[in-house]
Design a protein around this ligand. Structure first.
Ligand SMILES: C[S@@+](CC[C@H](N)C(=O)[O-])C[C@H]1O[C@@H](n2cnc3c(N)ncnc32)[C@H](O)[C@@H]1O
Length: 322
């Protein structure tokens, strides 16, 4: 297995196998350190698809783009890296293809959701509940809303709703209450360790504490980056960008993301055969994608042992059929 210092890609063999099937335009909407992109480009060349292929790599984080530019050096002629949010995938594909005189029809799209190991390990980004840092959590540091704004200005009810909705946290109300009490006493919650301390005081048992920390931090990260809304957007618009038989692969890491992917894919795959028993020869409306993975693919024990981040990964793939 190749060694990546920035971020070890998850399910790389499955992504290559299910996504790279012909020459064409490939979009990596979550470039990160470029690990998946590198594997996709290598597979394109090994399959002899180099002629007529292009990889568009998108990330909203400047640090990721910088790292990916390094790791994809050597593939310059086949890559275009774009700073942006994958919710704008359609516009990005159109503008890159327009500039290159290509038809904006895509052979493969990858979304490997969430944050990279590098982002989590960078204390100053505020994603980690183990490291002292500011309550930031923005993937795109040009946006304005930070986790600290939420923690220090949302009302108790709004905080509780957020922790419950985006973290599925059972102690959402008592944590929200404790945050507001801390604000009244100390003025504001300053950094990740202040917040982690409040959460720790409201959970018991080591396992529970870790899970609670992880759920509350997840909820804040989702709110800061609008993660679920942009995902929904990108799935619909991404499917619209696909060429006939083009594929989209999405790796999600928690149930809220996976539920959205599963629901949108099922909705797009659904054909309307009218009321039961009518026996139509043709559906009234035909689905526009087929499900390549009926159940999500997960990592092998071997991959999880080498890359613990793969533990919660779920991969779903669809193919455009019209
Ligand atoms: C899990 S990492 C991807 C790692 C990558 N597959 C690799 O092999 O290195 C997710 C990356 O996607 C980026 N990202 C997450 N949501 C995004 C969005 N809505 N638009 C653009 N980039 C996003 C993050 O900044 C992060 O760099």
């Amino acid at each position: 297995m190749a060694q990546y210092k920035f971020h070890e890609p998850v399910l790389p063999a499955e992504i290559i196998d299910l996504l790279v099937r012909r020459p064409g335009i490939y979009v990596d909407g979550t470039l990160g350190g470029g690990g998946h992109s590198q594997a996709i480009l290598r597979a394109i060349l090994e399959a002899g698809y180099g002629e007529g292929s292009l990889l568009i790599g998108i990330d909203q984080d400047d640090a990721a783009l910088h790292e990916a530019a390094e790791s994809l050096r050597g593939y310059d002629a086949m890559t275009v890296l774009v700073k942006g949010n994958f919710k704008g995938i359609e516009g990005i594909v159109k503008s890159v293809c327009g500039a290159k005189g290509l038809k904006p029809k895509v052979a493969g799209i990858l979304l490997d959701l969430g944050v990279s190991s590098f982002q989590i390990d960078s204390a100053e980004r505020g994603f980690s509940y183990f490291r002292e840092g500011p309550l930031d959590m923005r993937m795109d540091r040009e946006t304005t809303l930070c986790a600290g704004d939420i923690v220090n200005t949302y009302e108790e009810k709004e905080l509780a709703r957020l922790f419950y909705r985006y973290g599925e946290e059972p102690r959402s109300r008592s944590i929200a209450r404790a945050i507001v009490a801390y604000r009244l006493k100390n003025g504001s919650v300053l950094g990740t360790q202040d917040l982690a301390g409040i959460i720790r005081d409201n959970a018991t048992g080591r396992d529970k504490i870790i899970k609670t920390l992880s759920r509350v931090f997840q909820a804040l990260r989702i709110e800061v980056n609008g993660e679920l809304d942009v995902l929904r957007h990108a799935l619909y618009d991404g499917i619209d960008c696909l060429d006939n038989h083009g594929r989209m692969a999405v790796i999600s890491y928690h149930s809220l993301e996976d539920r959205i992917v599963k629901t949108v894919f099922a909705e797009k795959a659904w054909s309307d055969w009218g009321p039961k028993g009518v026996g139509l020869r043709e559906p009234l409306a035909r689905g526009t994608v087929s499900l390549i993975t009926r159940k999500p693919l997960v990592a092998t024990q071997q991959e999880i042992a080498a890359n613990p981040r793969a533990r919660s990964a779920k991969l779903r793939v669809i193919e455009k059929i019209s």
